[in-house]
Every structure is written in C-alpha cells, then in structure tokens.
Design a binder for this molecule. Sequence first.
Ligand SMILES: Cc1ncc(COP(=O)(O)O)c(C=O)c1O
Length: 369
Amino acid sequence: MTVPHKPIPFLDLKAFHAELQDELDLAWKSVVQHGNFLGGPDVDRFESEFARYCEVANCVGVGNGTDALELVLLAMGIGRGDEVMVPANTFAATAEAVCAVGARPRFVDVLPSTLLVDPDAVAAAVNPRTAAVIGVHLFGQVVDVRRLASVAARHGLAFIEDAAQAHGARLGGRRAGSVGHAATFSFYPGKNLGALGDGGAVVTNDPALADRVRQLANHGRSANDRYRHEVSGRNSRLDSIQAAVLLAKLPRLEHDNERRRSAMARYRAWLPEWCAPVAVTPGSAPVHHLAVVRTAQRARITEALTAAQIGWGVHYPVPCHQQPAFADFGEHLPVAERAAGEVLSLPMSPVISDGEVARVCEVLRGVRP
Ligand SMILES: Cc1ncc(COP(=O)(O)O)c(C=O)c1O
C-alpha cells in the first residue's frame, strides 16, 4: 500500500507560529495587562530594535506597508505634478501609494536575470518632472542600491526603498532599507517579519523626515501638544499588540532567513534545469521571501502541483503597468511582460522541510518540458 503524501501549503504560517506559541501568548497577554494599546513601551522598543536591526537611525511604526510608502512620499512633499519611478514588476501597493499622493507613477522595466528594477532604465526615464525613484526589493532580493542611489544623487531625486519583501537582506554588506533616503516595510502576516494582522514601518537616517512621517501618521499632531494639529494628517499607527508580536519574532529573524536560504539552496540543487530559480544578485544575501522560478510550462506545472496538493503562487501574473488601475500610465516594458507569463512561486517558509522541497521537485521532474 502506498502512503499518500501530505499536502504542502504555499506558506505554512500555522506550523511557523506553533514554534513560538509561548512567546506570542506572552506578547499579547502583556499588552492586555498594561492596557497601552496604541503607542507606549512595545511600540517604542520595537521601533528602536528594528532601526538597530536595519542599521539605520530612526524607525516609525505605521499601519501597513502601503501607508508607509504614502507617508514617506507625503513627508517628502511629493505630489501633484511629480513623477515617481516604479518598477513594472512589483505589488500594486507601490504604484497605489504614488497615485494616492497625486503624483504619477512612471513604470520602468526590470533586469531579465533578477527581475528587479533596471538602473539603466531608471536613468533613461529621468525627466524634469521626476521627483523620486522607488527601488523595490522583490522576492527577498536587494535592488542595485548603489547604482540607484547614484542616479538619484546625479539628478537630485529622492531614493526610496520598498523593502516590504526583504527584511534583513543585504547587498554589498548593506542592509535592505539602509541606503535610500527612506525605506518602507510591511509586516503583513506572510512577510519574513510578519505581524498577526497589518503593520508597517518607515526607516530613515534623516531625523526630520522621521518626525514628519510620525506627525502625518498621528493626525498631524504637534510633538509637544496633542491638542494642536500642525498639519492635516491621518491615522496610521502600529498597534501595540502587533509591536509586541514583532518584538517576539525579531530575535529569530536572522535564523528564519537562514532557514529560507537553506530551503532555496535545496531547490537550486534539485529542480529540473528547465524550471530554474530567478538569479541572485552577485554579492548579495537575499532572504527568499518567495521562491520564484521561471518556466515556459507554467500551466502544466501548476496543474501537476495542484493535483499533488502542493500550494503555489504567481508574483505577478500581470505587471503593474498593465493593470486596469494604472492603464493611464501604460508603457511597453518587454522584460516584465515576458516574465509575467513565466514566473511561478513555489512553497517557501522557514519551516519547510528538506523532504517537502524534495517532494515539490519530484512532482516538477514528473512534468515533461
Ligand atoms: C513590494 C510590496 N510593497 C508594498 C506592500 C504593501 O504592504 P501592505 O500589504 O502592508 O500594505 C507589499 C505587500 O504585500 C509588497 O509586497
């Protein structure tokens, strides 16, 4: 009798959280006991520990990663009449934030090897309306921050890192989020550092920028007088419960990222060559938020994976510039367009076992190219 294989989820958050159930229980219970649900010691501590982890001077906790982007753009004074460079290959939130402040996203193509934004394409698209460049560290990889920072400096542009998918990644020794004028993070539950709900942060070495973000995120309040509203802001705060959860998870992040790297190394060794992982930037330490492969056989592979009860995803099947939401800003960006038809995300998490990776690869090898 053959033993049926167990299903393999795309992201096994249940198993991951089971490993730290005690710490999570302590975290939420302590917040319920002290009753400081917004702001207070957990948020202060998380902000300072996450800033230290990212190797930057300031961190401001906010409601989510989309708000983080929007608040940075607002704090930089970017809005109507400005253009902001956005890679064609990213989650819609990057472009949404640009539209939300009244600016225009200018979509640029990505590199065929890593599918990260192409610094030459950014340089070629700079024009008098360009105000900022957003480099997105997609899939847990870091964009070429040195080259993007130099294009930005040459043209007097702001350089923002969208690090929602890259907590802890490095390139040339620098942490994702530590090079740009500011960087934004999402703590959506499935991220490498995820809350038990929404959460986000802005990190920056510029204390004045951090203060402006903090003020905008807290109803435009004066730092010294909570009844004085200096500017018209909004409400986008990191809940104390989420900060406490993130504090419980942060000490494990390096180890969890290392476990993702090991799983990715197994994929690289065991996947058939017609289904190769997206290239890693030389000199980088990616954190493999997603295990993305490229294949011309996506439909057949996903059929086989589904039949074998193995989870999968596609990041992203439609590039941002071809989404109906951004039809007004359309371009023809051939590298991103081709990749959208070929990328496939395989199961990945810190708790995926070698046996599970082997099983995914075995199912893939069973699909004839
Ligand atoms: C690249 C990127 N940017 C921004 C965001 C937005 O983050 P959030 O979902 O926390 O608003 C995400 C989240 O999925 C993302 O992957």
